[in-house]
Design a protein around this ligand. Structure first.
Ligand code: NAD
Ligand code: HSO
Ligand code: ZN
Length: 435
């Protein structure tokens, strides 16, 4: 079901060899625009109406009551709690190490510039909950925000009909474990509009204050709504469906590689699972393993759709260099390297959201417990952007301290530069100080 493309006898363009799924953000934008307009006009009532329409349940309140979160944690199975706590501890260690230090750069007598990092004051974190629910995404959003020192954190996630219109209890329990109290039961574009605009109820009482930054993955409606609000608020990314690329040679285990490719395909029918290899025998062995492992899988239909889509496939190339070129051109969200010399291959990888090295670092390790972040750049954006991290929740504020002795030697040069730009008032502002 994963098609094999033999590129060995051909010359090919690494940039076009593996098309991505067509993510119809513009179609979704047409759906999302009226949702945003309604939320603007009618606030919380509109958010609740759309939630009822798209999620099939109308929560009693958009804001999840404190007792529901306490209860969710009390009822959480002990082994799930242990796993969440381990995952939080590792993520906290990794994200704390990303906190950049402030620096003061002395440039001359009476002249310093300080690089000062300021936490964003209020952030809205989206946790998906449509096809699957993602308590792990609570951790991946909250931990870097907390590491950055963000004082205001609001989380939103779709309500579940099976749980009285509350987000999934494990999501609520994860919020409680992390110490997040402000949680909303809504998903999709209406949730993003609520976060960006803030909403009040029919009596005019505030239900949710607007945020400064919205982060987190989601489906095409979430992505289109984030894109629509970019500029009014910051966003981390316009995320696409999950992606995995395994770069492997004949030394890898085909059953394990097949399992890893299947794992990411269960996220979304548009998810991309790609194998790049120098061995046709290995590619065939992986495909045979996929044929064996997929039947009976819990999300079999979705997995089949993703693996047979144009965005998924096995590419057989002639040399390791070609394999690396194709991999860099695809710029996948997750890259697994399983070859004779993984570190040597890694040296040549320029584009990938996160890299998983060797047979014991499969992508699900990073999805849940490695300590790394699983909100990563998709759709080729790994060429220019990073996964969610502590710096995503910080702004750099430069603090410029010059006294008279610091400014004086620069004054003539600044005036000349200002004049050369035709900006004489700029020159005057300097001249006044030395008259
Ligand atoms: N990169 C990551 O870190 C990461 C992590 C987890 C999930 N994901 C991805 O996030 C996505 C999650 O998508 P999902 O759908 O499961 O959950 P979701 O929470 O993103 O979307 C569900 C919401 O979509 C809205 N919706 C559904 N149908 C609609 C319609 N026809 N019109 C308007 N709104 C509609 C509903 O309001 C619903 O609440 C998947 O693509 C998955 O691969 C990525
Ligand atoms: N692989 C997803 C990111 O693309 C993250 C995730 C959460 N849970 C399982 N997987
Ligand atoms: Zn995953």
């Amino acid at each position: 079901m994963l098609h094999i493309t033999d590129l060995r006898p051909t010359t090919f363009d690494p940039a076009t060899v593996m098309p991505r799924a067509k993510l119809e953000i513009s179609d979704a934008s047409a759906v999302v625009e009226p949702i945003i307009d309604q939320v603007k006009a009618r606030g919380a009532e509109a958010v609740l109406d759309f939630t009822e329409q798209f999620d099939g349940v109308r929560p009693d309140n958009l804001r999840v009551p404190e007792h529901a979160m306490t209860q969710a944690l009390e009822k959480l199975e002990a082994d799930v709690r242990d796993a969440l706590e381990e995952s939080i501890a590792r993520a906290r260690a990794v994200h704390a190490a990303q906190l950049p230090p402030d620096t003061v750069v002395p440039l001359a007598d009476g002249a310093t510039v300080e690089n000062h990092w300021v936490p964003i004051q209020r952030v809205g974190l989206y946790v998906p909950g449509g096809r699957a629910v993602y308590p792990s995404s609570v951790i991946m959003n909250v931990v870097p925000a907390q590491a950055a020192g963000v004082p205001g954190i609001a989380i939103t996630s779709p309500p579940q009909a099976d749980f009285n219109g509350l987000p999934h209890p494990t999501i609520l329990a994860a919020c409680k474990l992390l110490g997040v109290e402000e949680v909303y039961a809504t998903g999709g574009a209406q949730a993003i509009a609520m976060l960006a605009l803030g909403v009040s109820d029919a009596s005019g009482a505030t239900v949710c204050e607007p945020v400064d930054l919205i982060t987190g993955p989601g489906n095409v409606y979430v992505a289109a709504a984030k894109q629509a609000f970019f500029g009014k608020v910051g966003i981390d990314a316009v995320a696409g469906p999950s992606e995995i690329l395994v770069l492997a040679d004949e030394t890898a285990n085909p059953a394990w590689v097949a399992a890893d490719l299947i794992s990411q395909s269960e996220h979304d029918p548009l998810a991309a699972s790609v194998l790049v290899t120098t061995s046709m025998d290995f590619a065939e062995a992986v495909v045979a393993q996929i044929e064996q492992q997929v039947p009976g899988a819990v999300l079999e239909d979705q997995i089949r759709e993703a693996l047979t889509g144009q965005q998924s496939g096995a590419l057989v190339v002639s040399t390791l260099e070609e394999a690396i070129d194709v991999t860099n051109a695809i710029a996948t969200e997750h890259l697994e390297i399983q070859t004779k010399d993984n570190e040597a291959v890694l040296e040549q990888i320029t584009h990938a959201g996160a890299v998983f090295l060797g047979p014991y670092a499969p992508v699900p390790l990073g999805d849940y417990s490695a300590g790394s972040n699983h909100v990563l750049p998709t759709s080729g954006t790994a060429r220019f952007s990073s996964g969610l991290n502590t710096v995503s929740f910080l702004r750099l504020q430069q603090r410029i301290r010059y006294d008279k002795a610091g400014l004086e030697p620069l004054a003539p040069g600044i005036q000349r530069l200002a004049q050369s730009e035709g900006l004489h008032a700029h020159a005057e502002a300097i001249r006044y100080r030395f008259e």
